[in-house]
Design a protein around this ligand. Structure first.
Ligand code: DHB
Ligand code: FE
Length: 288
């Protein structure tokens, strides 16, 4: 189903998995990099991953029944489109650490499966698109984009997040296309002001193969409430990050291992029940 259609049925793992898989194929050119990767590199990485699998089988004397369970499960992950979900939850955080460990500016975090490019531009100050009766505590976030010397940058903050039930527009059914998604473009002072609502903790879909793994292993399926951002400015490395809220019980045991202390906000409750928060971004220069 095209991701822009708004079906009325309830959210299912297979439907959001199919949307996330389609989104991945739309935005990324996954095979270009592989084509240009030298055989020695592919050989090294494939060999070491397989060696690790073989060592685990020998160490724990994995049985044919367990092998067939794995086979059935892997087939199911593909059939239900859950590879983006699986990889972004259990693998991406280490990729992200390695990719950004040279940075002096902001810490980043995983992108996850639910980014959509080209969200509506709302200028330097605005309110994310939301439904008239959008549930959740109103949040006003003021911040500034600077370089690593503290100089302001004309930049862009793309923001996307779940609603107060933990659902993302374009991936869960029945939500307007750009709900809680928008882009904020700053002037040369780097300043932005964003009005939105606080998202809810997010439970990864539990009715598909990833949910079956979680249940079978006795894990939980929760991510703490979070705001996703991509922050960019010409001549600087794009920052992909997530921001979290203090006191969330899943900040310490995020299923996606994507929380860092530097990414936890400090919102201040206001007399009218809303909250205000300050959070700035520092971008590293592009590497030449
Ligand atoms: C997943 C969902 C998220 O919202 C996120 O930030 C990371 C991963 C997931 O379902 O895989
Ligand atoms: Fe998310």
């Amino acid at each position: 189903m095209p991701i822009t259609e708004q079906p009325t049925e309830v959210a299912t793992a297979a439907a959001s998995g199919a949307s996330a898989t389609e989104r991945f194929h739309t935005d990324k050119s996954p095979y270009t990099a592989v084509k240009d990767t030298p055989a020695e590199r592919v050989n090294l990485l494939a060999r070491e991953v397989l060696d690790a699998v073989h060592a685990t089988i020998r160490r724990h004397r994995v049985s044919y029944d367990e092998y067939n369970a794995l086979k059935a499960w892997l087939i199911g992950v593909g059939a239900d489109g859950e590879w983006p979900l699986f990889l972004d939850v259990w693998v991406e955080h280490v990729i992200e650490d390695v990719a950004t460990d040279h940075r002096a500016g902001n810490k980043g975090s995983i992108e996850g499966p639910y980014y959509v490019p080209d969200s509506p531009d709302l200028g330097a100050k605005g309110t994310l698109p939301m439904r008239d009766d959008e549930a959740g505590t109103p949040l006003v976030w003021r911040g500034r984009i600077t370089d690593t010397n503290g100089a302001p940058l004309s930049g862009k903050v793309e923001l996307w997040h779940a609603d107060a039930e933990g659902f993302y527009s374009q991936f869960a059914p029945g939500i307007p296309q750009w709900n809680l998604r928008g882009s904020f473009s700053t002037g040369p002072d780097g300043v932005f002001e964003i009005t939105t609502i606080r998202p809810a903790p997010y439970m990864i879909p539990t009715d598909g193969p990833c949910g079956k793994l979680i249940a079978a292993a006795g894990w939980h399926a929760w991510r703490p409430a979070h705001l996703h951002v991509k922050v960019s400015a010409p001549g600087h490395e794009q920052l992909t990050a997530q921001l979290y809220f203090p006191g969330d019980e899943h900040n310490d045991d995020d299923i996606a291992s994507a929380v860092k202390p530097e990414l936890i906000l400090d919102p201040v409750p206001q007399p009218d029940g809303s909250q205000e928060v300050r959070y700035d971004f520092t971008l590293d220069p592009e590497r030449g």
